[in-house]
Design a protein around this ligand. Structure first.
Ligand SMILES: C[S@@+](CC[C@H](N)C(=O)[O-])C[C@H]1O[C@@H](n2cnc3c(N)ncnc32)[C@H](O)[C@@H]1O
Ligand code: SF4
Length: 344
């Protein structure tokens, strides 16, 4: 069976951080009004699958169409069962990339485990090169963790992989309208740290999100962001960047202030989104998820990956293509190049 499917697998919902823009919302808002619609994420983790259900599904990945699994959450590496699940996915012959807030990388057994398992990529989130700004944008719930520990975690991982090609280590930055300069600033920091790849991502917020007016780009922001991206691609400082066509998609995405349609859907047939409750969606677009009819709802609970992904929706010019999809492009079509040791 040919393997060409990428899973973005939100493994667990809990997180020790409380980023106010997070796709999972905030605990505070959900405590009073827990979301009850399928497809709406929450750190409350009321419906996360059990460890046994997760390992059972991971065991079915060998000989399935799944080529690559991007493990995210919530914070996946805070969950004690994470290394076991990652090991099963690697045993199944899949490429594994972990998206993390990096605090777990300060724990030696985590970095040693990731290196020993042969994890292919670790993508660390950092939204500002300025420590107080990052910690305001990405606050930890206890107030005890932040920028310093993120850098400590990155350095620990780079030291632990010394002499090996994997994991490749990257930084992801959510770019907000007030801080276009982070594109260049975080890239310079990433290069100084010695990381391998860098991906700036446009913030994606629904128009009714409390932070939409503050953080979501407007068409008038496009020129400045374009200038930052031009400078970055002109001098990547040794970092591997997403293919230059991504910069165009980025700019198209932020030109649609209302998170509306962006031309050029790539999803559907090759990218699926698995949420911590096991639900499987054709792609991570919140617009697409909301439009999924009940007969297309599926779950990894008790399922076999060899049959679950055999049927593809086959959409390639989806009207619901939007910022969420643009954010996923480097994960899907560009990841083999980004993880290549020969890049840039
Ligand atoms: C939800 S997090 C899960 C993994 C891990 N906790 C982390 O922060 O990297 C995955 C990625 O989504 C990004 N993200 C969260 N909310 C976002 C939003 N509203 N728009 C764009 N990216 C967002 C995070 O910064 C992170 O890079
Ligand atoms: S660390 Fe990741 S999952 Fe946690 S709140 Fe921030 S973006 Fe969301």
């Amino acid at each position: 069976m040919s393997r060409d499917v990428t899973l973005l697998w939100g493994l667990r919902s809990p997180c020790a951080f409380a980023c106010p823009h997070c796709y999972f919302g905030t605990i505070e808002e959900h405590r009073d009004a827990p979301p009850d619609q399928l497809g709406v994420l929450s750190h409350l983790s009321r419906n996360d699958l059990s460890g046994r259900e997760l390992t059972a599904f991971a065991r079915t990945l060998s000989d399935s169409p799944v080529e690559r699994v991007v493990i995210a959450g919530g914070e996946p590496l805070d969950w004690p069962g994470a290394l076991e699940v990652i090991g099963l996915i690697k045993e199944a012959g899949c490429q594994v990339v972990i998206a993390t807030n990096a605090i777990p990388l300060t724990r030696p057994h985590i970095v040693e485990g990731l290196v020993a398992l042969g994890v292919d990529g670790v993508s660390v989130s950092l939204d500002s090169a300025d420590a107080p700004t990052n910690d305001r944008l990405r606050p930890s719930r206890s107030g005890r963790f932040g920028y310093d520990q993120v850098l400590q975690g990155i350095r620990a991982l780079l030291a632990a992989r010394e002499g090996r090609a994997a994991p490749r280590v990257g930084i992801y930055t959510v770019v907000m309208r007030s801080r276009p300069q982070e594109i260049g600033d975080v890239a310079r920091l990433a290069a100084d740290l010695g990381v391998d790849y860098y991906v700036p991502q446009p913030i994606s917020l629904a128009p009714d999100h409390a932070l939409f007016e503050k953080h979501a780009h407007r068409p008038s922001d496009v020129a400045e962001v374009a200038g930052q991206l031009d400078d970055l691609y002109a001098d990547p400082s040794g970092l591997t960047l997403p293919d230059p066509s991504y910069a165009r998609r980025f700019l198209e995405a932020i030109s649609t202030h209302d998170s509306g349609r962006v031309a050029g859907c790539f999803g559907g047939a090759r990218l699926f989104f698995v949420q911590p409750d096991g639900s499987v969606w054709d792609c991570p677009s919140d617009r697409r998820i909301a439009a999924t009819p009940p007969e297309r709802r599926r779950s990894i609970r008790g399922a076999d990956a060899r049959t679950l992904f055999a049927e593809r929706p086959g959409c390639n010019d989806c009207d619901l293509f939007s910022r969420d999809c643009v954010n996923m492009w480097p994960l899907v079509l560009d990841m083999p190049r980004i993880l290549s040791t020969e890049a840039p």
